[in-house]
Structures are given as C-alpha cells and as structure tokens.
Design a protein around this ligand. Structure first.
Ligand code: MSP
Length: 535
C-alpha cells in the first residue's frame, strides 16, 4: 500500500446535484464557486481533496421539461449536463467527480441503500395526501401556501393535489437521535441561523415522508415493488455516495463508502436545508452509516435588490457574466461582496467598483508601482534583504505574520468575505507604507538599504496576499507570482503538496532575495462600465 496515501489528510465536499430542468443559473454557479475555493484551499494545505458536483436528473419536473421540449428525458438530460460541464470549465472549477443520477452505476448503490433501510423496518406503505410542488419536488403544508395555491418559493407555480398510496420512510423514529445530533455536534449545521431553523422545525415533531410515486416513469423502480418509482430526493441524495465509486468498481454501497465516506462538507442553498440536515442524516442513521461532517446552507442571491426568476425576466446568466468579465472577477465578487450564509445581491455598478477598487487598485497598483521601482533601483530583482532581519514592528510584517492563521480560520469557517477583507487590510497598509516611506525620496537621499527594505516588504506582502487569495482568484495569483519571478502553477492540483505548500507560502517572509522579477504590467485589467448601463 502507498504510505503517503494512508497518512495524507483527506477532505471530501459536495455541491448540490443540480436539477437539469434548465441550463445552470447563477445560484448553481454560486455554490460551485464556493466549493471550488474551499477545495483549492484544502489542497494548498496538503489535503487530498475530492470535490463532487453533478446533476439530479430524475423525477416529474425533469420528465415534464423533457416532454415540453419533445425529447426523450435522457437526451434532454445529456444536453443540459454538457452546459453545466462547460460553465464549470469557464469558471475554472476543479471538480473531481461529476455525479449523474441517471448513471447506471448509481442504481446499484440506491438498491443496496434501500435494502438496508427496508431491513431496518423503516419503510412501509401508506396513503399520501397533500399539496405537491413539482418545481421543489416536495409536499407543502397548506399553511405555507400563498393564496392557498402557490408554492412559497415558486410563486408562479400552482401546487398539485395528490392522493395516492406510497411507500413512506419512518422519519418520526429519528426525532430524538436527530435532536441529540444537533446538540452534540453544534457545528453540524452552519451557519448558526440555519441550525436554529432546523432545530425549531424538528422540535415541532417530525412526520414520516413518502419516498415513492405512482404514475411516474422517470426514475428508479422501487426495489420491492416495481409498480412504484422512487421519489427523486431519495435517489438524489444518494448521488453523493455513488460519486465515490472508483471508475471500474462494482457499483455496491460497500464499495462506494470504502474510501471517502463520510463526506466532510455538504454545501447547499438554504431552500434545501431540510433535505440535507433532517431527512439525509435520518436516512443514513437508518442505513447505519456514519454522518457527514458539516452542512452549510448559504443564502439566496437577488439582482438589483429583486428576486430573480425567468418569469420575472431578470435572471443573471452566469455564462454571459463570465464572458463579459472574467472567471476571477465573478468568483471574487460573489465571495467577497456577500457574507457567505446571508442573502446577497448582484448589481453591475457595485460589481465593477469593487473589482476595480480591490483588485485593480489596492492590490494590482501596489504591485505595479513597486515592481517598477525595483526595475529602476534594483535592476529588476527582489532587493537583497533578509526577511528575518526586518523588525517585527514593521507594519507589513506584523500584519502579514498574523494573516496566515486568521485567513486559514476564515476559510475553514467558509467566511470568504472575511478572508478577502483581511488580505485587503494588508494591501491598504502596503499602499500607505509606500506613500509614507516615499522610497523615491529615500533613493534621492542615497539610502539604498532603506529603499530595499520598503520594496521587499511590499513585494512580499503582495506575494502573500496573492497566495492566500489563490483559492478565490487563481489567475490573478498566477499573474502576481509570475511577475515576482516564480514558476508556480496555481491550477496544478498538487501546488500545495509540492511547489508551494501553505506552511511556507502562506507565511510572510519567504520571497527569495535577488529573485529576478518579471516585466511590470497590470495583473488585473480595470473594468469599464458598459456605455449603455452607465448611471
Ligand atoms: N436537485 C436539487 C438538489 C439535490 S442535492 C442531492 C436542487 N437543485 S437546484 O438546481 O434546484 O438547486 C441547486 C442549488 O441552487 C440549491 O442549493 C439552491 O439553493 C441554489 N439556488 C437556487 N436559486 C438560488 C438563488 N437565487 N441564489 C442562490 N442560490 C440559489 O435543489
């Protein structure tokens, strides 16, 4: 057995498996960007990481969409899947597995799982009556409905009355165990507000829920009764498990959970919290499987302060946005501007202003003006200064020294905007430091050593900032590193393990003296306000 493999820390995380009723929307891009940033950060720290994304392809919603498009459901799914794969490529998402619930190997895992739950006597036949929202693929309580007939999330979709015999999962049996889980593991559901929401919901008393449907073809037959089809959510959550199968492995539950299970982190939006934080752990308890590490429910995005929707005519197309700006710009805006966990807004003017202020000015300009001076005063090399000799009171060194741990903690807490703010503090201090020290004046006075120290401190600060920001804006970090004379590829998944580990590159004071610098050029091109939308 490979020794490194057994000793290396591992980290597995998931995005939701997205419905393929339509091409990806900005909400799917948002979760996936966040997941990729965490995956990149964990890799920098030397973890072996598995990032799982994918698609949820069964159920009535997909069947109806395919019918409307007059095509076979599988053909429809394949078509939409490729638009997800394309977008992830454009956004530079480094996923390891793409889990599709129509993959033949998924069914083996679902069958094994169903059997375990069945053997545990948690599945029984009963009458299901209620209001169903096909867009959510979920029954709604009468009191939740808007004007007695609309889903609260899909306000233009009427719920449908169902009265049929279905198989039920005995969720009520797990009430106490779930409550104990939330008590014993306070970090199981994050952020705190979502945890409280779940605790309040479970506290009202849990009801069993139906896990099969009649009159629906598009899905797996219920293993013990092929006249019924498995409920799409029962099958979809298991997509996280079948994703773990190796390429040529026999598709059994046992094989699937052999290496990466349990998942460390499920990233989701707040609308699917109950499925992940209540139903899913109960299903896993019933199948006698270990539970995931953490479930993080992020907020919803609006555009110009308004709820987005096709029928409202104000969607934000992620493909158009990346094409208009750049992957770094899109990734940075959503992770910096919105506190992860809270609702947040997209606004083009704010988008442009934030990127220009933070990346083009605070970081980009600082690097540019300093590299130019290094060319002028030090022949295009890093000044020959020993970082250890710089006083710990130096404002940049002292911020840089404390940044490593605080940024790592913020990443671990998924507090991306705190990550960015902390790094910007260093960049702003860098600009102030240059202005105050005025190295051009020191040069005129002939104090080359002082000039060298100023430039070294600034170059090293921008380097550290670029490294710590690389999970969010890998291309910008790449450009900074190149300009500082490094040959390190931030898109190489081994970068933390080999060429630039977090334990060295995450710290302040490693820039090699006398390293030849690249040509000074802007690392982040200022964004222009499109003429038609300028306000
Ligand atoms: N198929 C299920 C997930 C199954 S996981 C086993 C599903 N798919 S979805 O495509 O409808 O939603 C995917 C994600 O997009 C959800 O996490 C949802 O919260 C998120 N968003 C949908 N609209 C959103 C916004 N307007 N803003 C942010 N995220 C949003 O649910």
């Amino acid at each position: 057995m490979d020794v490194t493999e057994t000793t290396q820390k591992t980290f597995a995380l998931t995005t939701p498996l997205y419905y393929v009723n339509d091409v990806p929307h900005i909400g799917s891009a948002y979760t996936t960007i966040a997941a990729d940033a965490i995956a990149r950060f964990k890799r920098l720290q030397g973890n072996s990481v598995l990032l799982i994304t994918g698609t949820d392809e069964h159920g009535q919603k997909i069947q109806r969409t395919a019918e409307a498009a007059r095509c076979e459901p599988q053909v429809h799914c394949d078509r939409i899947v490729s638009s997800f794969e394309d977008l992830w490529k454009q956004l530079q998402i480094q996923y390891d597995r793409f889990s599709r619930t129509t993959a033949p190997r998924h069914e083996g895992v679902v069958k094994d799982f169903f059997q375990r739950v069945w053997d545990n006597r948690d599945i029984y036949l009963n009458q299901q009556q209620g209001w169903y929202c096909v867009s959510c693929e979920e029954f709604k309580e009468k009191r939740e409905l808007v004007d007695e007939k609309y889903c609260p999330i899909h306000s233009n979709k009427e719920v449908e009355w169902r009265d049929e015999q279905n198989y039920f999962f005995r969720l009520s049996r797990y009430q106490k165990q779930l409550e104990k889980l939330y008590r014993d593991r306070p970090d199981f559901i994050r952020p705190e507000s979502r945890r409280n929401e779940v605790i309040a919901f479970v506290g009202q008393g849990l009801q069993d829920f139906s896990i099969s449907r009649v009159n629906l073809d598009w899905g797996f037959p219920v293993p013990i009764d092929p006249s019924q089809t498995l409920y799409v959510w029962f099958d979809a959550l298991l997509g996280y498990v079948s994703a773990l199968l190796g390429a040529d492995e026999e598709p059994t539950l046992e094989n699937a959970i052999a290496k990466w299970w349990p998942i460390d982190l499920h990233l989701i939006g707040k609308d699917i919290l109950r499925f992940h934080a209540v139903y899913w752990p109960a299903m896993l308890m019933s199948a006698n499987l270990p539970l995931p590490g953490r479930i993080f429910g992020h907020g919803f995005l609006t555009k110009d302060g308004k709820k987005m929707g096709k029928s409202l005519g104000n969607t934000l197309d992620p493909v158009a946005l990346v094409n208009q700006f750049s992957p770094d710009a899109v990734r940075y805006y959503f992770l910096k501007e919105i506190e992860f966990g809270q609702d947040g807004d997209y606004n083009q003017t704010r988008f442009i202003n934030i990127l220009n202020a933070d990346l083009a000015n605070d970081l980009g300009n600082l690097l540019n003006r300093t590299v130019k001076m290094a060319h002028k005063y030090f022949d295009g090399t890093v000044p020959a200064i020993a970082a250890e000799a710089i006083s710990p009171d130096n404002p940049l060194k002292s911020i840089g020294d404390s940044l490593t741990d605080s940024v790592a903690q913020s990443y671990d807490a998924l507090a991306f905007s705190q990550v960015c703010e902390a790094i910007l503090t260093l960049m702003r201090a860098g600009n102030k430091y240059v202005d105050e020290k005025a190295p051009w004046a020191l040069y005129k006075q002939g104090d080359l050593e002082a000039v060298g120290e100023v430039l070294y401190c600034v170059l090293e600060s921008v380097r550290q900032a670029a490294y710590l920001l690389s999970p969010i804006v890998p291309n910008l970090s790449q450009a900074v590193y190149e300009q500082l004379g490094y040959a390190i590829d931030f898109h190489d998944r081994r970068v933390g393990e080999t060429s630039a580990p977090f334990d060295t590159h995450g710290r302040w004071g490693i820039l090699p003296p006398e390293q030849p610098l690249g040509k000074p050029q802007p690392v982040f091109q200022k964004l222009e306000m499109p003429a038609s939308t300028e306000s």
